[in-house]
Design a protein around this ligand. Structure first.
Ligand SMILES: [Zn+2]
Length: 165
């Protein structure tokens, strides 16, 4: 059994290709304007939502889809999220597969750190480093260097915050 105290000692790492937000959506926001002076009309704006593991994290808006997208691209790395647990969010809460909203069921200790683009071996991970995966994403394959089954030791752990039943 893994207790919350055991979990607190671990350092949950993001997926090597994780970005701050894993999904961005655009929605139209319509509003009926009434005015005795200028008349009535439908008005529109566009709301961009930044998502991480299925949670809406932040929103920006603009008067057209194009302008809202330009604002979103500008703000992507600048958005400060009140109450967020660090730049990448609370990594101990989810499977680290980008976009996955599932709670983790498996903890894996990555052995060797490889640079993302060059593939250079940059030394071992720290002993308390882990990546968390749900059951669907527990198999990591044999193609990558860092995020590959051969580069992980699966830990004997259960998620104390997740009741599977
Ligand atoms: Zn997952």
């Amino acid at each position: 059994m893994t207790t919350p105290e055991d979990i607190a000692k671990l350092r949950f790492l993001p997926h090597p290709e994780a970005e701050r937000f894993d999904s961005v959506t655009v929605d139209i926001a319509e509003r009926w304007k009434e005015s005795e002076l200028s008349g009535d009309e439908w008005r529109f704006s566009y709301v961009i939502t930044f998502w991480r593991h299925g949670d809406p994290i932040a929103q920006v808006s603009g008067p057209s889809v194009e302008k809202a997208l330009i604002v979103a691209a500008y703000e992507f790395s600048r958005i400060e999220v009140e109450g967020a647990k660090g730049y990448m969010g609370d990594l101990s809460a989810y499977c680290c597969q980008p976009g996955c909203p599932n709670p983790w069921e498996v903890l894996k200790h990555p052995i060797t750190r490889y640079e993302r683009y060059s593939g250079a071996n940059t030394g071992p991970y720290k002993p308390n480093d882990v990546r968390a995966f749900c059951d669907r994403h527990r198999d990591r394959g044999d193609c990558a260097l860092d995020d590959a089954d051969r580069n992980y030791i699966e830990l004997d752990a259960t998620n104390p915050f997740y009741d599977k039943a």
